[in-house]
Design a protein around this ligand. Structure first.
Ligand code: B12
Ligand code: SF4
Length: 453
């Protein structure tokens, strides 16, 4: 297989990123599709490239139908959850404009290179395209608004060198690839000048993996006197004397760092080893404590409901959550989310042995997530064979108790604090992930969120 896309037959190109679920992810940056549009615009001679992201367009269908009319090639970026929304667009092209060449690429094909793409697709690309600079002309207006009002994003690195057993990166068999420092600094300068964002998220699987790059970014922010706040993701193992030591933490704080995100995952060393996280509970505690010492928020995400995880392992996770929460309001807990067997990682192979069936061709994925909770951010009603009926029912409620109990109990808003106090003492401390009060609260909460309150 040659890992090179034939660019000679394309010039008038449309790059499409469909939605991935009933709700659009408005304001989110779709890096894969943006990377593809930027690359094709740079690499194809005299290219005329249109970029459409359904998440960020109000009248997407009309725009899509109008754009496709005079294109020679349409490229779709697809994760598995997008297939349901991508296939109808492809069918429309094949019906109305059969001469247009349809190419699909993205994470789904990288994860399932052997699966037949079907007759509707002219070429399925199971590898990464080379990456050019991200061209801001393709950034949708809705995303620009988010950059101005809330938070901009700057991509500082691709992929990851670790091989955690639940993570897609272990399947991609990739290595960490930092973007070059001049490219990153130029991006920061551009974003500041163009959007004056109050906050920047440095998107990277591990911003501090390449510590020279992280230090260059921090020095640049200080030197330029930029006032934006920023956040980044780190492995807890970076918090050592040689990497993120006290001196660097002090600089990070002075440079506006307000949040570090950690994939803590579990408080059980046995589970951490099973996940091949390459981190210890002691390292987790040290990293979070160090952030708090320097006034930086530590966002800690957790996972539960894994095959082989016992009640005792789970209790160790719950105890670690409590212990970190007690470090104060700078500690924010995300989850514990119930493990979702997205394709990828060695655990995915393991769960298939429990009898979970996954589609065998591109088109079979179309309706796979309709009655399957694994596609949603928080699983509402899983029925995993490795969990008991009670666990399947209660564990998905744990994050609600943690968020509206522990996190809200640290809030400065008196109403949230009161609600937090209730769920912390009446539910979390008793490990009670259910009850009519929680159901009623979540019902009201969802209604309010839907109406934008
Ligand atoms: C950042 C990120 C996000 C961001 C941005 C997503 C995006 N589409 O760019 C946000 C927060 C919005 C997000 C949301 C979601 N994400 Co996400 N996300 C990631 C993450 C961590 C990195 C992706 C990234 O930015 N890579 C950098 C870009 C440049 O690389 P790339 O996307 O792979 O694109 C390259 C190639 O794939 C190829 N390519 C891509 N598109 C195309 C198209 C054509 C035509 C061609 C030829 C080539 C090609 O060339 C590109 C350049 O080299 C990955 C994990 C990972 N390491 O992949 C998960 C991941 C992609 N996300 C995942 C999921 C499940 C989701 C959500 C469904 C979560 C949810 N329930 O809401 C949504 C849906 C996203 C969507 N596409 O609509 C899964 C997808 C699993 C799967 N089977 O497909 C992943 C793999 C994580 C995981 N392990 O579960 N995500
Ligand atoms: S979970 Fe984090 S550290 Fe592990 S492979 Fe994935 S991105 Fe890398």
């Amino acid at each position: 297989m040659t890992e090179q896309l034939d660019l000679s037959r394309m010039r008038r190109i449309l790059v499409v990123n469909s939605r991935s679920g009933p709700a659009k992810l408005a304001g989110q940056v779709m890096w894969g599709a943006w990377a593809v549009a930027s690359y094709l615009k740079t690499a194809v001679q005299d290219a005329d490239v249109i970029y459409l992201d359904e998440n960020n367009e109000d009248d997407f269908q009309e725009k899509f139908r109008s754009a496709v009319k005079d294109r020679d090639t349409v490229g779709f970026s697809v994760t598995s959850m997008q297939i349901k929304y991508t296939l109808p667009l492809i069918r429309y092209i094949k019906e109305k404009h059969p001469g247009v060449r349809v190419i699909t690429g993205g994470v789904h094909h990288i994860l399932f290179p052997e699966q037949p793409a079907g007759a509707l697709i002219d070429e399925a690309v199971p590898y990464e395209l080379p990456r050019a600079n991200f061209l801001y002309e393709f950034l949708p207006e809705k995303v620009r608004g988010t950059y101005r009002r809330e938070r901009a994003q700057v991509l500082t690195g691709f992929n990851c060198s670790f091989k955690c057993s639940f993570c897609v990166n272990s399947v991609r068999n990739c290595r960490y690839e930092p973007r070059s420092i001049p490219e990153i600094l130029a991006d920061i300068d551009y974003v500041v000048k163009e959007f004056s964002p109050p906050r920047i998220y440095f998107r990277d699987e591990d911003f501090f993996f390449d510590i020279a790059k992280a230090k260059a970014v921090i020095a640049h922010i200080l030197e330029k006197g930029y006032r934006f706040k920023w956040e980044a993701t780190s492995r807890v193992t970076n918090f050592t004397e040689l990497k993120i030591n006290d001196a660097l933490l002090d600089e990070m704080r002075r440079a506006g760092c307000v949040e570090v995100r950690f994939g803590v995952e579990s408080g059980s060393q046995k589970t951490l080893n099973y996940l091949r996280k390459g981190q210890t509970v002691a390292q987790i505690k040290r990293a979070v404590t160090q952030c708090v010492k320097y006034g930086i928020s530590a966002n800690c995400s957790f996972i539960t409901g894994l095959p082989g995880e016992t009640a005792a392992d789970r209790e160790e996770t719950f105890r670690l959550i409590s212990e970190l929460h007690e470090l104060g309001p700078l500690v924010v807990i995300l989850g514990p989310q119930v493990y979702r067997p997205y394709p990828g990682g060695t655990i995915y192979e393991e769960v298939k042995k429990y009898g979970l069936k996954f589609p065998a061709s591109f088109e079979e994925w179309e309706n796979f997530y309709d009655n399957n909770p694994t596609g949603s951010v928080f699983d509402e009603n899983p029925s995993y064979p490795w969990l008991t009926a009670g666990e399947n029912k209660r564990l998905p409620r744990a994050w609600e108790v943690v968020h509206y109990g522990l996190n809200w109990s640290s809030s400065s808003n008196p109403v949230k604090k009161l609600i937090g106090f209730w769920f912390k003492h009446a539910h979390w401390n008793l490990r009670w992930f259910g009850g009519p009060d929680l159901a009623l609260f979540m019902f009201i909460r969802k209604k309010l969120l839907r109406s934008g309150i």
